[in-house]
Design a protein around this ligand. Structure first.
Ligand SMILES: CC1=N[C@H](C(=O)O)[C@@H](O)CN1
Length: 264
């Protein structure tokens, strides 16, 4: 018919015969990034390297994009898996299929040294009318809106590095992200600090987030295969051994499931 042919077989079969899986990452240390030596790493890529090898796919290939383009990029076949530690939530579960979470996490704010506006959670931002920023496509946009920050007042930045710069320069008062991302990026800053981690509120209730790999909605076979390997690694302690060098603590390991997290 002249139409380009859809490759036959499941995604898992296709990846096995290609020997390569493409991973979508967002340049977020320590979740998924290219390091100073050009090496593709991060908690999710390192975990993916082990899991996909066990599934018979020897090579992983990074595809870097903005966090907000991960779900669209997955949908448009730019990569096969989102490998960025993406938080699992109700809205996203309508768009992608998540593996069970590999970690759990609270949020934190980047603020100027001394936290001059005393911002410790989203409610404080509302009360003080502080200038609030977060990253493109971040779940934190939803948390801010739920707390009462008008969406049109939210400054959307490319990533955590832009966030740190904006706080340091005084362009914004606060940048919200995962507790791990914010403490990692602030580590080298003399002008900014990070707040105590806190749980965001969803429908008025505190939520502990969990993040994991995301697949296209019809890639159930692939997702199930990844889950099976992940569960073995949780049980044996191998998962924590892979994540620990990236700054994860034992408390950030989780028994939550994607199913539970998709409900909120
Ligand atoms: C790992 C990560 N999680 C959050 C999210 O899933 O929206 C954002 O903070 C961006 N980075």
């Amino acid at each position: 018919t002249g139409c380009s042919r859809v490759p036959e077989g499941s995604t898992l079969e296709r990846l096995r015969s290609a020997g390569t899986v493409r991973l979508g990452i967002a340049g977020e240390v320590p979740f998924g990034y290219i390091d100073e030596s050009g090496e593709f790493t991060g908690e999710a890529p390192e975990l993916a390297k082990v899991i996909f090898k066990r599934l018979g796919i020897a090579n992983v290939q990074p595809v870097a994009t903005e966090f907000g383009s991960l779900i669209p990029g997955l949908g448009s076949q730019q990569f096969d898996v989102v490998s960025a530690g993406m938080y699992i939530n109700k809205e996203r579960c309508g768009q992608v299929l998540f593996a069970d979470p590999e970690y759990q996490m609270l949020d934190a704010f980047i603020v100027r040294k001394g936290n001059p506006k005393n911002l410790r959670n989203y409610e404080d931002v509302v009360k003080s009318k502080a200038k609030f920023a977060t990253g493109t496509g971040y779940a934190e946009i939803g948390y801010a809106v739920e707390a009462g920050i008008p969406e049109s007042d939210i400054v959307i930045l490319q990533d955590q590095v832009a966030g740190l710069n904006a706080v340091e320069s005084g362009r914004v008062d606060v940048f919200a992200g995962t507790a791990l991302t914010t403490r990692t990026v602030v580590a080298k800053s003399r002008k900014a600090e990070v707040t105590e981690p806190f749980p965001p509120k969803v429908d008025g209730k505190e939520k502990v987030d969990g993040g994991g790999f995301a697949f296209r909605l019809n890639d159930t076979e692939l997702r199930d295969a990844v889950n099976k390997e992940l569960h073995k690694m949780k049980k044996s302690g191998e998962l924590f051994r892979i994540l620990r060098p990236f700054g994860f603590t034992k408390d950030e390991m989780t028994t939550m499931t994607a199913k539970e997290l998709c409900a909120v």
